[in-house]
Design a protein. Structure first.
Length: 278
């Protein structure tokens, strides 16, 4: 894929990186220093830039090498059809990407699906992951619990059913925030551009297990964020992590939904930088 493959209304173009499993992953990079990897969430048109555009410049400017991969099935990365989108697929390709980028030690920052991916990488490769930053992470409840959440129900039924037009996508994205005015025209267009290339298998065949029985094996420090108005991942999940992970702390926000890093960007960035410097 060349830069001409990126829509003018889509997220910014970085570069493609081939990984040994045969896929190509799109990557944005900024800054230099210790590596911080941002792993985005799921959903129609999801991509790394739209999740973290308000965060990664501040982290890069503070002296870190920031890497934003688009997960398989998302952004500009490969979007295979006819397969299950499993946690193992996301984790394996992310680890392959870290190897390809010669990153042997890093901090992972994961939102929603990206939180589940970050947790599993930390469990699989504890010597590689220095710290975790989690925003409303997935993968810590049963599938049944998630599918009772109103945001998940509307996202999956819309995407797997007739799909989303521009107005429908905006309404779905507004469920992710407490304040719907945070869903800008630019964000809608970026997500819509990616959505038009996304196969239904991405959500219809996504399989993410409940990692909560494994949380006690996470040994690196964890900083978490959660909005109490989250309609996608139950905010009570923060207690599971606090009770299981010895070195963990959470910041809970009132009048905030699923996107703490977008809804509280300045506070989020400041707290992440303090955590990175500890």
């Amino acid at each position: 894929m060349s830069s001409s493959s990126a829509s003018s209304s889509g997220p910014p173009w970085g570069r493609m990186q081939a990984v040994p499993s045969g896929y190509r992953m799109h990557v944005l990079e900024a800054g230099a220093g210790p590596a911080v990897i941002f792993i985005h969430g799921s959903g129609p048109g999801a991509n790394a830039y739209s999740n973290f555009s308000l965060n990664y410049p501040a982290i890069a400017a503070a002296g870190y090498r920031v890497v934003l991969p688009d997960l398989i099935g998302f952004g500009y990365s490969s979007k295979p059809v006819g397969i299950d989108y499993t946690l193992d697929l996301f984790v394996t390709t992310c680890i392959e990407l870290l190897d390809a980028l010669d990153i042997h030690e890093c901090v992972l920052v994961g939102n929603s699906l990206g939180g589940a991916v970050a947790l599993e990488i930390a469990l699989d490769q504890p010597g590689r992951i220095r710290k975790l930053v989690l925003m409303a992470p997935g993968g810590i409840e049963s599938r049944e619990v998630y599918f009772k959440m109103p945001g998940i129900q509307k996202m999956v039924s819309g995407f797997v059913g007739e799909g989303f037009d521009r107005a429908g996508l905006r309404r779905m994205l507004e469920l992710l925030t407490f304040d719907p005015t945070l869903v800008t025209d630019e964000l809608v267009e970026q997500r819509l551009s990616i959505l038009q290339t996304q196969p239904k298998d991405v959500l219809a065949r996504m399989k993410i297990p409940d990692l909560s029985p494994e949380l006690s094996r996470v040994r690196c420090p964890v900083l978490g964020f959660w909005g109490i108005e989250d309609q996608f991942c139950p905010a009570s999940g923060h207690e599971k992590i606090l009770r299981s992970v010895p070195d963990s702390r959470f910041i809970m926000y009132s009048r905030c939904g699923h996107w703490a890093m977008i809804e509280r960007p300045e506070d989020f960035n400041r707290n992440v930088l303090d955590f990175l410097r500890d």
